[in-house]
Write a protein that binds this ligand. Structure first.
Ligand SMILES: O=C(O)c1cc(=O)[nH]c(=O)n1[C@@H]1O[C@H](COP(=O)(O)O)[C@@H](O)[C@H]1O
Length: 298
């Protein structure tokens, strides 16, 4: 059977067959040491490939954190290419956690790096930030539509320092002027919902999940940001990348209450908590977490 054309369709298929768990591939120096691996490009590659091997067939989504590979320069990027390639070949959805953002002409190149079919770092989706305006993302948005890729835009992040900025109130004026009075996070979410509704004609007959999602940390209260959860759940739903489970304190048992109507479209991400099970324990830890998550969502 042909692979679903859009990221949203592939995500919907993954939710149905492999569930909602995403493991973050975050090779912190202390984790490399705990795994008995060197803190260099060979260690990164080995770590990433072992996580991919553990994830394949057990869960559906991996999220390599680019920063840890970037620490080792070009050799780190070569390791990341191998890990991303292995994950995609294993049928896992790959979200490149690159958190790129810039003015339009520059962000276009970031989009090309991570979303162009056949590019060395090709992923299924990437994280981006829109603090220079969602409009700056026009290039990656167009590329994602054309290539069947996805974007996950930071809205309400899991870290406490973000609260004052992301709950700040939008001023009138500019292309986002109609959203004046709402929070920065809610304005971003609203614009991303709009991207999904305007993509629909091109996608499957009635897509259930859109290709453009937002990041809403599992440690925050979406109501505090005025985020319209019900509107996000209207088909094609705006998926949510939800980091913060495990090490940052969020629990799967709180997921339904936190995300309300949009809970069925949440990608629940955990890195350190799962990775600290080590190379011999990670497969079992992934299965256990996937089961727990499924029972909380079921
Ligand atoms: O975009 C992300 O993935 C992200 C957004 C956010 O709001 N908070 C957040 O922690 N993340 C990422 O998710 C991962 C969380 O890792 P753990 O706290 O170890 O599970 C890190 O790679 C973060 O960069």
């Amino acid at each position: 059977m042909a692979e679903p054309r859009t990221f949203g369709d592939r995500l919907a298929a993954t939710f149905a067959t492999r569930g909602h768990l995403c493991v973050g591939i975050d090779p912190h120096a202390w984790l490399l040491e705990a795994w008995g691996l060197p803190d260099d490009a060979t260690g990164l590659r080995e770590f990433g490939l072992r996580v991919v091997e553990a994830a394949a067939g057990r869960i559906g989504i991996v999220k390599p954190q680019v920063a840890f590979f970037e620490r080792h320069g070009s050799a780190g990027f070569a390791a990341l290419e191998r890990v991303v390639g292995a994950a995609r070949s294993a049928g896992l959805l790959v979200i490149a956690d690159a958190k790129r953002g810039d003015l339009g002409s520059t962000v276009d190149a970031y989009g090309q790096a991570w979303l162009t079919p056949g590019s060395p770092l090709e992923a299924d989706a990437m994280t981006v930030n829109a603090y220079q305006g969602v409009g700056t993302l026009a290039g990656p948005i167009a590329l994602a539509r054309e290539a069947g890729k996805g974007l996950l835009v930071l809205a309400a992040t899991s870290n406490a320092e973000a609260l004052p900025t992301q709950t700040a109130i939008l001023a009138p004026g500019g292309s986002n002027g109609g959203r004046a009075g709402r929070t920065v996070a809610a304005g971003i979410v609203d614009e991303v919902i709009g991207l999904n509704t305007t993509t629909a004609p091109d996608a499957a007959a009635s897509p259930t999940v859109g290709s453009f999602g937002v990041v809403i940390g599992a440690t925050v209260d979406p109501a505090r940001f005025g985020i319209p959860l019900e509107a996000m759940a209207v088909a094609p739903a705006t998926p949510v990348l939800a980091p913060g489970f495990g090490h940052q304190g969020a629990e799967f048992s709180g997921l339904r209450e936190r995300y309300g109507a949009v809970a069925p479209f949440v990608i629940a991400s955990s890195s350190r908590d799962v990775l600290s099970a080590g190379p011999s324990g990670i497969s079992e830890a992934l299965l256990r977490q996937a089961e727990e998550l499924a029972s909380c969502l079921g």
